[in-house]
Design a protein around this ligand. Structure first.
Ligand SMILES: [Zn+2]
Length: 219
């Protein structure tokens, strides 16, 4: 199909279950004369260059389609992107209204933390297991609960700089790698640092989950 690239959102980092491999996903809004759709472009985390460019028309081959959330296209290992010199009649959608991602600047005004257990083999999340021995529902690995990895989930109210209403968001401490000397065992310090840091976040509007965070340099 031939599509014009209408908008490119900031990339988000994803961890592939089972392999634990990190990948970069860039949500790209593409359109043709019949409408528009989000294409998730998967790339290597070290890859700087996207295979598509804003406003250009591309011939796209070997994409996969998922029929959830109104339909989503995703790149595959065999996807081919060919730039074509062609004009398309495309109605530009309201990007903010159609995208599942939103980027905001602001600061967390409350933070609460909860500890979750993760399977040692596949990293899938488990609600606190009540027995001493646990069988993972995802990979079937059996493990002692005391051996399971612990991870901290953070929830909080985020106040946008533009004074729009507070938003309830969840985030994972893995997205806070820019915090200096963060000791995850010391949740009080982590919370305190979060409450003092103005940051740019990109969050998923479907599940209110923060995908990326970066501090705003106060000069
Ligand atoms: Zn598992």
């Amino acid at each position: 199909m031939h599509c014009q690239v209408l908008h490119i959102h900031p990339a988000v980092l994803k961890t592939i279950p089972y392999t634990n491999e990190k990948k970069k996903v860039t949500p790209v809004i593409i359109g043709d004369p019949t409408g528009h759709i989000t294409l998730s472009v998967w790339t290597d985390i070290h890859e700087e260059q996207l295979p598509v460019e804003k406003d250009k028309v591309f011939k796209l081959e070997n994409l996969s389609f998922k029929n959830w959330n109104g339909g989503q296209l995703s790149s595959t290992k065999s996807s081919v992107y060919t730039s074509v010199n062609q004009k398309l009649k495309v109605n530009k959608p309201n990007i903010e209204a159609t995208s599942m991602y939103q980027t905001l600047q602001g600061v967390f005004v409350t933070v609460e933390s909860t500890t979750v257990s993760l399977c040692i083999a596949c990293n899938s999340r488990e609600p606190s297991p009540s027995t001493h021995f646990y069988k993972c529902k995802v990979c079937n690995c059996k493990q002692l609960v005391s051996n399971m990895k612990k991870n901290t989930d953070l929830k909080g109210k985020f106040k946008p700089l533009d004074d729009s209403p507070l938003i309830h968001l969840s985030l994972n401490n893995h997205q806070l790698t820019w915090l200096p000397d963060t000791d995850v065992n010391n949740i009080d310090d982590l919370e305190e640092q979060l409450l003092q840091t103005s940051m740019t976040i990109t969050y998923n509007k479907v599940n209110n989950y923060v995908e990326t965070t970066s501090p705003i340099d106060s000069v």
